[in-house]
Write a protein that binds this ligand. Structure first.
Ligand code: FRU
Length: 473
């Protein structure tokens, strides 16, 4: 598979140029995102035999810079009785020169955590003693739904958070475990529990110290929409707090969304040697229409994003390494736009578009991307409510609806957009909000149009960077 990945897809009209996607077949959650022997590894939930979800394998890519990824052979295949319905999500960690994958063995009798180990980061052996963690015998913990371990090291010990729910299936929760050797684990505490409308199962917990605070990320199922929030079938979010490692008590603030788009779920974080916490999410959505399935593949990863804390919230920005993909640019400065306008050299199916809008001298406006004969994807700003929206009602094939986010008032609106054939990632005001969406336009739809909706639109600066290929063979 290694040198033949690209032609495996039957049609590349929506296949990404610089995001990680499977060579062919279905992917969902990122797994095992880690550094091992100086290289970055990323695994993912993978069904190689069709573009639909099926018994889960772990696909595998590797990178020296988090940007140029190379496909490696499948790392985990469900072969054992305890994982006969799939090797579900999990994480990875280096110990004594070996790479350990901790993942969920999914079987009808229940979900249990398992280990696989490798000397070279490519070929993994499952432990004879698997499964190594069974659900705790507690009348507060569901006996079957128990999955997605995320491991990290703290002061010479290993800790893991595991997704769970209450025995009645009403509320999601996260369990904390501790170990000296990655093989023997002790249940410490339920570190966080869903309040009303915070979900009935918490999947894929992640834990990371960001700017001196402890951030817990969870991916809850079963949240109902409230105002502009939680419109997806499942929704990922975070809490900011402090974990006391002595007794496993996590004091935290409210659950907040981490991405306001229609296609973002099950993110995984890794902490780099330089201290940065980097997150990658699955850029697709459970139960959504995925037109790329007709072409033999489904789902892709977001660009890696760096987390920080500002104004009591988690900010996410594309990692600085992404600048190395830039390959030529066109810039326009100080423009007063009074009617729908295309700018010279500003168009494309892929690329990074930076737009700084002078809000003091602008009213409501739209930026339309992937504009073609009968279609466009519309990004709008409503000044009175400081609401930014992405509308894919008229984007082409695929799901049709709108997602919105309310921003803090500012004099300049900074918009950074990553376009990649069937995806759109928008970062607003240096990470205050992110929105990830899939779109399925025609390959001929490549225009970008700036549209004043109500008075003038004043652009301080517009830059489009061409981006080079991110996946290497
Ligand atoms: C989240 C999830 C995980 C599970 C995996 C199965 O998207 O449901 O909880 O481990 O996907 O593919």
């Amino acid at each position: 598979m290694e040198n033949k990945w690209y032609p495996l897809v039957e049609n590349n009209r929506w296949y990404p140029k610089y995001h990680v996607a499977a060579p062919i077949g279905w992917i969902n959650d990122p797994n095992g995102f880690c550094t091992y022997k100086g290289q970055y590894h990323l695994f993912y939930q993978y069904h190689p035999y069709s573009a639909q979800w099926g018994p889960m394998h772990w696909g595998h890519v590797i990178s020296k810079d988090l940007i140029h990824w190379k496909h490696l052979p499948i790392a985990l295949t469900p072969t054992e009785p305890y994982e006969r319905e799939g090797c579900f999500s999990g994480s990875a960690i280096e110990k004594d020169g070996k790479l350990y994958l901790i993942y969920t063995g999914n079987a009808p009798e229940g979900q249990k955590q398992c280990l696989a180990v490798s000397d070279d980061g490519i070929k993994f052996e499952k432990l004879e003693d698997n499964p190594i963690i069974e659900p705790p015998e507690s009348d507060e913990v569901h006996a079957i739904d128990f999955r997605d371990p995320k491991v990290w090291e703290h002061d010479g010990k290993y800790y893991a958070v595991i997704g769970s729910k209450t025995p009645d299936g009403a509320n999601g929760q996260v369990l904390l475990y501790e170990s000296d050797d990655l093989k023997n684990w002790k249940f410490i505490n339920i570190v966080a529990r869903a309040k009303a409308n915070e979900g009935n199962m918490w999947e894929c917990p992640n834990f990371c110290e960001v700017d001196g605070q402890d951030v817990l990320i969870v991916s809850p199922m079963g949240i109902n929409p409230v105002g502009k929030k939680f419109w997806n079938s499942v929704n990922s979010g975070y809490m900011i707090g402090k974990l006391s490692y002595e007794d496993g008590v996590y004091t935290h603030r409210d659950f907040k969304m981490i991405d306001y788009g229609s296609d973002f779920y099950a993110p995984q974080i890794t902490q780099l040697a330089d201290g940065r916490c980097i997150m990658i999410g699955w850029m697709a959505m459970w139960y959504a229409d995925m037109p790329e399935q007709k072409d033999g593949w489904a789902g892709l990863m977001t660009v890696p994003r760096e987390l920080s804390i500002k104004n009591g919230r988690v900010y996410t920005v594309p990692i600085k390494e992404l600048k190395s993909l830039r390959n030529g640019n066109v810039t326009h400065k100080d423009l007063k736009i009074t009617e729908p306008t295309k700018l010279d050299g500003i168009k494309g199916l892929t690329g990074e578009l930076l737009v700084d809008v002078d809000l003091k001298q602008s009213n409501n406006f739209a930026i339309e991307v992937r504009v073609g004969k009968d279609e466009e994807t519309s990004l709008t700003y409503d000044k009175a409510t400081a609401t930014f929206a992405i509308d894919r009602e008229n984007s082409g094939a695929g799901p049709k609806e709108k997602r919105e986010v309310e921003l803090m008032p500012s004099d300049v609106l900074k918009i950074r957009i990553y376009l990649d054939r069937s995806s759109l990632e928008v970062f607003l005001n240096d990470g205050e909000a992110a929105m990830s969406m899939r779109i399925y336009p025609a390959e001929t739809s490549e225009d970008i149009v700036f549209v004043p909706l109500d008075g003038d639109l004043t652009l301080k600066k517009v830059t489009l960077y061409k981006l080079s290929q991110g996946i290497v063979q």
